[in-house]
Design a protein around this ligand. Structure first.
Ligand code: G4P
Length: 530
């Protein structure tokens, strides 16, 4: 098979959702359809143990488990093609972190799950913001139609207004909750009747000539007219599906169903593999890199530490951007200017890890290392490249670190630098006092940071609160203005681990006010890894 053919059958994506909307349930059903797991419950059980986090031992257990579930690869045959799916985990509960954002820099598309009873929720909005940075195409699944929820038109309006993306329903629900009858596939003119079931079989579809077909009345009774009316209303408002708009992230095709009942999931997956793009070109500082270029290139987007203090090794997850990986190949680690042999890469099949013999653009491989790899590092077989678009994201919470043994200042510094290179936590030093501030997106990052400082660097530290809640990296071309800004906000400035200057604010109001008062200063929510 040619390189091009190998790449075009790959789909690399992540799920964006708010906790409890059904991501885990949907993941499990997708894996069942892909034949990757035999039984419902496997993913769920794993997550249940993942939830039991709080003390050190449990965090350790949690990290170990999430290594295995960071990426899941499975095959899915559809329309004569054996698709190879890479589903990247986007941790959403207690382990929501900057990693969740960064995973989205390594995907080609995303599936958005919305709880029909809740509409768009906070975490989905945040993740959508990240998708928007690269105009990632999004396929939407509105879940839990077997429960009473919001009106479908209201749900679409909510998505459109909160997420600024045009919705194009591909199916339309008939009733909801107790009166949920199924969905009408608007593009295939097919009726899928709902029956609660855990089975993996295709839900039997009934082909209908059009919405005026009297068979609809036979099958749906009075709900047939309701369906006609709401589809008419919806079609009056919705734009037709435009593939280019979808690929630019401007439009999202929308499906309705019930993950727990395995309803609408097969249709979703079928449409997903057809619509979602294969691995595309990636921007490097030097040029665009096409996926089917023969030379291998990849970047590290996630580093997973082994929490066992006896093993300081880490797994770096690489997204392959071009060419083919073969086991044992030598590639250049450009930041440190050294050749490294990728002897034992791991690929993450749905449940087991397997050694990879070969992998292609779009695939994710895990490489063991001893702390030499940083987030954003580029590896390639020849040409010096530096992939862009793998930024640091502004932390959304801060803690001031308190060192309990003043003799360990050096170790503390070393440990924090290492943790920040791995992307485990962000480290800032206040300009005025030189105090260490840790910044994170999820609160578990703080627990992991102190636990690792203790286990790996023998540093006893804990946290005290701070008033800072928001950070923005700043830049100003006017040196005099920058000086003025630095003078006025000396107590609110900090340098990150790469000495980039950041302004810290106690709340959104203060940030906005400062931005307005200082039009010459640019405030950035992300910073490209150096
Ligand atoms: P998450 O990963 O997004 O956090 O969500 P998860 O799949 O764990 O689902 C959250 C809850 O919603 C679970 O219930 C799950 O069973 C339920 N759920 C998922 N899909 C559907 C659906 O289509 N319809 C209905 N009615 N419920 C759904 P739970 O009570 O928290 O857990 P469990 O005891 O059922 O496992």
């Amino acid at each position: 098979m040619s390189l091009h053919d190998e790449i075009s059958k790959r789909r690399t994506f992540g799920i964006i959702s708010h906790p409890d909307s059904g991501k885990t349930t949907l993941t499990e059903k997708l894996l069942l359809f892909g034949g990757a797991i035999q039984m419902a419950g496997a993913v769920k059980a794993r997550r249940a143990s993942r939830h039991a986090t709080s003390d050190w031992m449990k965090i350790e257990q949690e990290r170990g488990i999430s290594v295995a579930s960071s990426v899941m690869k499975f095959n899915y045959p559809h329309g004569g093609c054996e698709y190879e799916i890479n589903l990247l985990d986007t941790p959403g509960h207690q382990d929501f972190s900057e990693d969740t954002y960064r995973v989205l820099t390594a995907v080609d598309s995303a599936m958005m799950v919305i709880d029909s009873g809740k509409g768009v929720e906070a975490q989905t909005e945040k993740l959508m913001e990240v998708c928007r940075m690269r105009n990632t195409p999004i396929v939407t699944f509105i879940n839990k139609l077997d429960r009473e929820g919001l009106d479908p038109l209201e749900l679409l309006a909510d998505i459109e207004s909160k997420l600024q993306i045009e919705c194009v329903p591909m199916s339309w629900p008939i009733g909801m909750g107790k009166s949920f009858k199924g969905v009408f596939n608007l593009y295939k003119n097919e009726l899928n009747l709902f029956s609660p079931s855990q089975a993996t079989r295709h839900n039997d579809a009934v082909h209908i000539a059009d919405l005026d077909d009297p068979r609809l009345d036979e099958l749906l009774g009075s709900q047939a007219d309701e369906l006609r009316e709401s589809v008419e209303l919806m079609q009056g408002a919705a734009m037709p599906f435009d593939r280019q708009q979808f690929l630019n992230g401007g439009q999202t095709p929308v499906f309705f169903g019930s993950a727990v009942n395995n309803f609408g999931v097969r249709e979703l997956l079928d449409a997903f593999v057809e619509l979602a793009p294969a691995p595309g070109p990636r921007a490097a500082a030097e040029r665009m890199v096409e996926p089917d270029e023969p030379d291998f290139s990849a970047f590290a987007f996630k580093i997973q530490a082994n929490m066992d203090p006896a093993h300081r090794d880490r797994i770096a997850f690489f997204r392959i951007c071009s060419g083919k990986f073969t086991r044992g190949m030598t590639v250049r680690h450009h930041r440190i200017g050294k050749d490294v042999k990728l002897a034992n890469a791991t690929i993450f099949m749905a449940q087991d890890r397997a050694h990879v013999e070969e992998a292609y653009a779009g695939d994710i491989i895990g490489i063991h290392n001893h702390g030499t790899i940083r987030i954003g590092d580029t590896f390639s077989s020849k040409e010096p490249l530096k992939f862009t678009g793998i930024p640091n994201f502004a932390p959304e919470m801060f803690r001031r670190i308190r060192l309990n043994d003043p003799m360990k200042r050096k170790q503390l510094h070393k440990g924090l630098m290492q943790l920040s290179e791995e992307g485990a936590v962000q480290v800032f030093r206040t300009v005025l006092t030189g105090d260490y501030l840790l910044g994170a997106v999820g609160v578990l990052q703080f627990d992991v940071a102190v636990a690792r400082l203790k286990a790996e660097y023998n540093v006893d530290a804990d946290y005290v609160g701070t008033d800072f809640k928001l950070a923005r990296w700043i830049k100003c071309d006017n040196a005099a203005k920058l000086k003025g800004f630095e003078r006025q906000f000396a107590a609110s400035l900090a340098l990150d681990s790469d000495d980039s200057l950041a302004y810290l604010a106690p709340d959104a109001w203060k940030l906005r006010y400062t931005e307005e008062q200082w039009p010459d200063v640019k405030f950035f929510k992300t910073r490209e890894s150096l």
